[in-house]
Design a protein around this ligand. Sequence first.
Ligand code: SF4
Ligand code: SF4
Length: 290
Amino acid sequence: MRQGACAVGFTVACEVDGEAQELYTRFIGEGRHGAMGYLANHIDIRRDPRRLLETAEARSLIVCAFPYFTPDDTREGCVRFAAYARGSDYHTVLRERLGCVTDMLAQEGYSARICIDSAPLRERYWAVKAGVGFVGLNSQLIVPGVGSYVFLATIVTDAVFEPDEPCRLGCGACGRCVAQCPGGAIGPDGSFDARRCLSYLTIEYRGELPEGLKLGDCIYGCDICQQCCPHNRGAEMTGIEDFRPREAVVSLTRERILDMTRPEFGAVFAGSAVKRVRLDGLKRNARQGG
Ligand code: SF4
Ligand code: SF4
């Protein structure tokens, strides 16, 4: 019962290893998470997912990767949304798809919680442990043979499963994303500074954008470090209809956004992850591009 997932892996819930903890502590300590203050919260749970269930100690993590790639069919003269944001909100879509798995676990008397960017959980770290893929220098989870255009969803449960072998692959000497990132957000060792990343600035960051920042036709997010990655060459169109681009989104011009009213924004982005940035944020981004 894969529910459209392109990879599924199991791993044992336990404490995050020391090196990964140290890297994360440094990331937060150096302020590279920018204004995403929530990343510095619940550090104890982030270190140990056994504490994620309310009524029991978690024993396993089931990590699922769902493909979302679609060719970029942004219409001529229109602004560009990151590939993940052109269709329906993955949080809702994946929660619905995995509901039957948690129902089955509940029928067997187990607790289970679905985490999709919604809990203090090191999702990519656990995806590696569960053998689903490896983390590239671009900080994306790369599923061998599929690429990085995947959403991760993790089920944390007190049921026990046979664990998979961790994924031991890596980027080798590639380095394309380091060289091509427009903001210089990716260090040669894969260290990441959100404050220099166009995705962070256009989606998460609420203030005025840095003076002189050039967004070009990007309005929401950035896919450059995925587009240049050799693991995404020949990426296949997702089979999940909900992730296909919405015509109303890929045909938006900058002028249309600048003139948009709140009700129009609500109608165009109903059920879309773009709602996160709100109309003010989208207009701010539209003013910066071109
Ligand atoms: S999303 Fe864009 S700006 Fe951010 S790290 Fe990737 S290439 Fe750089
Ligand atoms: S572009 Fe190259 S270095 Fe960057 S994530 Fe992909 S394989 Fe790794």
